[in-house]
Write a protein that binds this ligand. Structure first.
Ligand code: NBP
Length: 484
């Protein structure tokens, strides 16, 4: 019997579908699961008739593999990953590769890479995006870890990954240690932002224009043929058209309390740690938190009032403006996401390929869109592009959209319809494009109450001054906080 090319541990939705996908591409896969009965169920079920082989112990699994052995974990994040690593290390030989394909925190992946490498083995932490369908027919795969492992994994990963129109795979090497999981985390943060923007557009149409779910489905269908063409717009179109058993839209019956698993929050924490103004994604995370306060909101709705939400006037013109507002806000979100990745690359010494990342996200994953093709083009034009907004194409796009964007945000504010993502994106744009901001006053306040010192516009940067504002303070200054 020929030996297996790769092992997958963890036969829940992702592990099973990845195994079937690898099998379809001619790779022989060996599988194992903590609850061993699931191995037999899988082999007798959806894996029946395939080349996939099962093992009933880790020892048996490792024995089925050709060398260097490639063992991929698709298990719940956290302790289960560490437990499997511990159990695998004594069974593997130098040069063998452990791959974690779950949504692990990048800091865990940095720690695990170091640990596994210290045992003479190689490690890959990879983001896998696209959910069940992606895993089965072509996910976006974002691997990082031990560079020496990549050539051994590349043929399998690039074969099973989604492909863009020219056949390029949505999978490439991201960088050392935690880089792959970091990029997957930012992907998920961007996903939160995109979903929130779509939610705000939906809410403006529902509350402001009084449109029904099927009417809004038609709007999203139209948007999906333009600049916003993307997986999330497409599924929103389908969700809004979906009818419950009684023929009424199912979406109207779903409780408005959002849940989250943490990757959006991690993205926000990383941005706060590095001082990057990732405002839109953080607003999207916090909008989910606000939605979760359902009972408090019900109580508050009895006490607190606001304007009537109905938006009068030309509905079509407003919907046209809305499309621009979503597009411009999305551009800000991706700009901020790229600012964050640039800062992380500096912090962790990763040599990130920004155009390559756009290509990895172009297909297979939840944020796949035509727009990402434009980002790839921007980095092709200028690989050192410091900020997406400064690319000539995107600078022109945002200029063209901003009138409509301002009208939508102004109307939402006037009508009391919350649009935290769209409005914070606009505030970022108006801050980023200004040479001067009110931080001069803020620095004066800090110096007034805490002797934190300030720099002057009429003196070279790096010189710090303190003023005895009240005449009562002394001349001792505090340690300077330059950045945060
Ligand atoms: P789950 O995240 O639900 O994990 C189920 C697997 O983890 C099963 O094999 C289960 O074994 C195993 N497991 C658990 Br639970 N606790 C364990 C423990 N203490 N020790 C050993 N094994 C344990 O599966 P999934 O939804 O397929 O996701 C797999 C990974 O992929 C996760 O990291 C997830 O975040 C990530 N991911 C998921 C999606 C998605 O759409 N679902 C998308 C992208 C990435 P058992 O059968 O014995 O309980």
């Amino acid at each position: 019997m020929s030996q297996a090319d790769i092992a997958i541990i963890g036969l829940a939705v992702m592990g099973q579908n990845l195994a079937l996908n690898m099998n379809d591409h001619g790779f022989k896969v060996a599988v194992f699961n903590r609850t061993v009965s699931k191995v037999d169920e899988f082999l007798a079920g959806s894996a029946k008739g395939t080349q996939i082989v099962g093992a009933h112990s880790l020892q048996e699994l490792v024995g089925l593999l050709k060398k260097p052995r490639r063992v991929m974990l698709m298990v719940q994040v956290g302790q289960p990953v560490d437990d499997f690593i511990e159990q695998l290390i004594p069974l593997l030989e130098p040069g063998d590769i452990i791959i974690d394909g779950g949504n692990s925190n990048y800091q865990d992946t940095m720690r695990r890479t170091k640990y596994v490498e210290s045992k003479g083995l190689l490690y890959i932490g990879t983001g896998v995006s696209g959910g069940e369908e992606g895993a089965r027919y072509g996910p976006s795969i974002m691997p990082g870890g031990s560079p020496a492992a990549w050539p051994h994994v590349k043929p399998i990963f690039q074969a099973i990954a989604a492909k863009v129109a020219d056949g390029s795979p949505c999978c490439d090497w991201v960088g050392e240690n935690g880089a792959g999981h970091y990029i997957k985390m930012v992907h998920n943060g961007i996903e939160y932002g995109d979903m929130q923007l779509i939610g705000e557009a939906y809410f403006l149409m529902r509350e402001g224009l009084g449109l029904s779910a099927p009417e809004m489905s038609k709007v999203f269908a139209k948007w999906n043929k333009g600049k916003l063409d993307s997986y999330l717009i497409q599924i929103t179109r389908d969700i809004l058209a979906y009818k419950d058993e009684d023929g009424k839209p199912l979406v109207d019956k779903i409780l408005d309390m959002a849940e989250q698993k943490g990757t959006g929050k991690w993205t926000g924490i990383s941005a706060l740690d590095m001082g990057i103004p990732l405002t839109m994604i953080v607003e999207a995370v916090l909008a989910r938190s606000l939605s979760a306060l359902k009972d408090e909101r019900i109580a508050a709705s009895q006490v607190l009032s606001g304007p009537k939400p109905k938006i009068a006037g030309d509905k079509r013109a407003f919907i046209a403006d809305l499309e621009h507002a979503v597009y411009a806000s999305k551009l800000i979100s991706y700009t901020q996401g790229y600012m964050l990745m640039r800062a992380a690359a500096k912090e962790y010494n990763w040599n990130l390929n920004y155009g390559g990342i756009a290509l990895m996200w172009r297909g297979g994953c939840i944020i796949r869109s035509v727009f990402l093709g434009k980002i790839k083009e921007a980095f092709d034009r200028n690989p050192d592009l410091s900020n997406l907004l400064l690319d000539p194409f995107f600078a022109k796009e945002i200029q063209a959209a901003q009138g409509a964007w301002r009208r939508v945000v102004a109307k939402a504010v006037q009508k009391g319809i919350p649009v935290p993502a769209m409005s914070s994106a606009l505030a970022f744009y108006d801050g980023y494009r200004r040479e001067s901001l009110p931080a001069n006053l803020l620095q004066a306040q800090r110096d007034y109450f805490g002797a934190h010192t300030y720099q002057r516009i009429d003196k070279p940067r790096g010189q710090y001054f303190h003023t005895n504002w009240t005449g009562r303070g002394g001349s001792v200054t505090s340690t300077v906080w330059k950045k945060n």
